[in-house]
Design a protein around this ligand. Structure first.
Ligand SMILES: O=C(O)CCC(=O)C(=O)O
Ligand SMILES: [Fe+2]
Length: 213
């Protein structure tokens, strides 16, 4: 007999060239997704980071907050981020994400897309502190939004669109950041809030330029 629920319980690999991306549609959060969303929205000290775009300082179109081990310092979009200490909830989610993905993480970036006007431009998470082949586990909560991926330097094919549902866990690793960009488009129509948590491992300076094992 076919087990209808099996696909939700394992990572489904996406067929992308020179990338290692897989999606676990229903990740065990330890509590209902709606409760976790409400808790994190309420309890997180959200920041509206300012960045320089074409020489002009503007607010990022989303709120964010950075947690991690005390030594997990990170520069992101030109911002120097010192992590807040893990909360009990985020430490529990980290353990669950580590068990599901078989990778270790020492930090998590929370992004809060308040409505359709919030998004994230195309980028790759290829900062040197992540090393040459980082594993990044991306947990989504709330509104379903489309995560787009396109190969670096490509003018040709349309982006790959991956709708991310509440409670899904997307895992990017290996050469993905080296060869692909990803982003989250703003929408024309109103939608509800979405949270995204990207678990990452910041390498110590001595380990940063080493080739992957
Ligand atoms: O919100 C998302 O799904 C993507 C977040 C992301 O790409 C990032 O934080 O670097
Ligand atoms: Fe990213």
């Amino acid at each position: 007999m076919t087990d209808l629920f099996a696909p939700a319980d394992r990572f489904e690999p996406l067929a992308l060239d020179r990338a290692d991306v897989s999606l676990l549609r229903r990740f065990d959060l330890g509590l209902p997704d709606t409760e976790l969303l409400a808790e994190l929205v309420a309890d997180t000290p959200w920041r509206a980071e300012r960045i320089v775009v074409f020489g002009r300082e503007v607010a990022q179109p989303r709120l964010s907050c950075w947690y991690g081990d005390a030594d997990a310092h990170y520069a992101y979009s030109g911002l120097q981020l010192a992590p807040l200490a893990w909360t009990a909830r985020l430490a529990d989610l980290r353990r669950r994400v580590e068990a599901a993905t078989g990778e270790a993480y020492n930090s998590v970036l929370l992004n809060y897309y308040r409505d359709h006007r919030d998004g994230m431009g195309y980028h790759s998470d290829d900062e040197p502190e992540l090393g040459p082949a980082p594993a990044i586990a991306s947990l989504s909560l709330g509104e379903r939004r489309v995560f787009s991926m396109k190969p670096k330097g490509a003018t040709g094919p349309a982006p790959v669109k991956i709708p991310l549902d509440s409670g899904s866990l997307l895992l990017m690793r290996g050469p993905t950041q080296r060869h692909w960009l990803h982003g989250l488009a703003k929408l024309a129509r109103p939608c509800g809030p979405r949270l995204n948590l990207t678990f990452r491992r910041i390498l110590r300076p001595s380990a940063r330029n080493r080739a992957p094992a």
